[in-house]
Design a protein around this ligand. Structure first.
Ligand SMILES: [Zn+2]
Length: 296
């Protein structure tokens, strides 16, 4: 049986991170799963509120469960950015392996109170579920932004992170360490990259002593990601890069076969395009040394 906490603890010991890819349809799910299987590394797929609404909470849970069972493979499902207890509980009941309870827009004391309440309620119905809390400002929207938001004031303070982790009982913390949801146009063009505050990550890890997730990993400098993982990041979220690849792949599929109407023939280009991104990110998160092809 595959258990997310075991997988994360094992990865932490090895000094590698788990890739988290958002999925909004079967193209993204297939691409993330196939990339992970080819490299034989565990993978976490996530569904945000909009993605859950589109796919169906129970339906995405059933899909991931069936992949894990049929292929005996460590693929796990995260409810990304839930903002209320009812939606967090809905995901837990559906069988999600982890929940991001995001009250980071609220003042510190309210964030603590609501996150603690969520941890207790979620663990009461599913003790093995992992709960992630969020502290600091990492912006909103995994999409292409015109301008960079000013997130400098919202960076996570290590002492607050410690207090937050202890007071709430979270398994995982999502800090603000120079990361940001979405990508700028210049990042999509490959002209600029995000940079991370590595020293802050190390301080937060030392103080809070919990698992750490890096949200908004798309467009981040490769070397910064390697250093962030070495400093204590356990999970890296990639969403916008996949969305860009999804769109490009779909456009290619349509352009290459202008008279085709069979969906799976058109969509295979999108699967391939997303898979390329997922594969290269998983390689990086797993120490670049991952070349083993899984025996089918
Ligand atoms: Zn996020």
């Amino acid at each position: 049986m595959h258990v997310l906490l075991d997988v994360l603890e094992k990865a932490q010991k090895k000094g590698v991170a788990i890739g988290h890819f958002n999925v909004a349809d079967l193209v993204l799910l297939k691409a993330a799963f196939e990339a992970a299987r080819e490299l034989n590394v565990p993978v976490l797929v996530g569904a945000s509120r909009g993605e859950r609404a589109f796919m169906g909470v129970d339906q995405i849970a059933a899909l991931v469960r069936s992949l894990r069972g049929e292929f005996d493979f460590p693929i796990f499902l995260n409810a990304d950015h839930t903002h209320s207890l009812p939606e967090a509980l809905e995901a837990a009941r559906a069988g999600f392996d982890s929940v991001v309870f995001d009250a980071s827009a609220l003042p510190f004391e309210q964030n603590v109170r609501q996150t603690k309440e969520a941890v207790e309620a979620l663990k009461a119905i599913k003790p093995a579920i992992l709960v992630e809390g969020e502290l600091g400002d990492i912006g909103v929207g995994s999409e292409i932004h015109e301008e960079a938001p000013d997130l400098a004031k919202g960076l996570t303070d290590p002492a607050e992170a410690k207090q937050f982790a202890e007071a709430t009982g979270i398994d995982t913390l999502a800090p603000a360490v120079g990361n940001m949801h979405g990508m700028l146009k210049s990042m999509v063009r490959g002209e600029t990259r995000k940079h991370l505050d590595i020293a802050r990550i190390a301080e937060i890890k030392k103080a809070a002593r919990v698992l750490l997730t890096l949200h908004g990993g798309s467009g981040t400098d490769d070397e910064d990601l390697r250093k962030a993982i070495a400093a204590g990041i356990n999970v890296v979220h990639i969403n916008t890069e996949l969305r860009v690849a999804w769109r490009r792949g779909l456009e290619e599929g349509l352009a290459r076969q202008p008279n085709e109407v069979i969906p799976y023939k058109i969509l295979s280009s999108a699967v391939e395009s997303v898979k390329q991104v997922a594969r290269s990110r998983l390689r990086l998160f797993n120490g670049d040394g991952v070349t083993r092809e899984i025996v089918a």
